[in-house]
Design a protein around this ligand. Structure first.
Ligand SMILES: O=P(O)(O)OC[C@H]1O[C@@H](O)[C@H](O)[C@@H](O)[C@@H]1O
Ligand SMILES: [Mg+2]
Length: 220
């Protein structure tokens, strides 16, 4: 089918947002600096390095300290990942992925995380994606559109034929900048500028999204 779905990972397919948050929070406690859930919202969709800059909030940091903080943050995240399994897909995700596959919708994954493959392997969904991009795939990260354009290219589809699913402000901006229609998932204060907004993917169907795309694809 001449239609693609491109998924962000953290906060869209699974709730690793919470694991990233706890890793940054733990680092903040160890360093004796402030951090909050509100501050964490700005880190969503950002690469580890860009997230560190936001976490530092202007505090000075040497290259050696940066490397140490990044290593510790990731070590703590990897530790938390050990408990992750196929049961941790968010509500509606497994159903939507499998319906899309059955109907021939081309599936792509576009995540800023360099742990994306490890996370998808744990969730048991890696093989569903015809194109897979992680935090090492493009030079310019979200909110630049590059990662979505790269995945659409690998799927062989024009951006207007691919629907992006995102939970972060940076990700929604990236998709819109690339000319993609985008479904923003979660708090409208964060993703309200998306083409459509939904609380999550619970109850989502291919038909619901496909009918928004012009020209309408024939669903078999
Ligand atoms: O540290 P990692 O696993 O490479 O992840 C980088 C980023 O990946 C994104 O998917 C998350 O939304 C961000 O919160 C995270 O900072
Ligand atoms: Mg996300």
């Amino acid at each position: 089918m001449n239609l693609g779905f491109i998924f962000d990972l953290d906060g869209v397919l699974t709730d690793t947002v919470e694991l990233h948050y706890h890793s940054w929070q733990r680092l903040a406690e160890e360093e004796g600096v402030p951090f909050s859930r509100e501050a964490n919202a700005a880190l969503l969709g950002r690469t580890r390095e860009d997230a560190l800059d936001l976490w530092l909030n202007g505090r000075p940091c040497s290259p050696e300290q940066r490397a140490d903080l990044l290593w510790r943050k990731n070590a703590s995240f990897l530790e938390a990942l050990e408990g992750l399994g196929p049961g941790d897909l968010l509500p509606g995700v497994a159903e939507l992925l499998h319906e899309a596959r059955e109907r021939g919708v081309r599936l792509g994954l576009a995540s800023s995380s360099r742990n994306a493959r490890r996370v998808c392997d744990r969730l048991g969904v890696t093989a569903l994606f015809g194109a897979f991009a992680d935090g090492s795939s493009v030079v310019n990260p979200k909110p630049a559109p590059d990662i979505f354009l790269w995945v659409a290219g690998r799927l062989g589809l024009h951006p207007t034929r691919c629907l992006v699913f995102e939970d972060s402000e940076a990700g929604v901006r990236a998709a819109l900048a690339g000319g993609f229609p985008v479904v923003g998932l979660g708090d409208p204060a964060r993703v309200g500028h998306a083409t459509w907004v939904r609380p999550d993917l619970n109850g989502a169907t291919v038909e619901e999204f496909a009918r928004h795309l012009d020209p309408l694809p024939a669903l078999s």
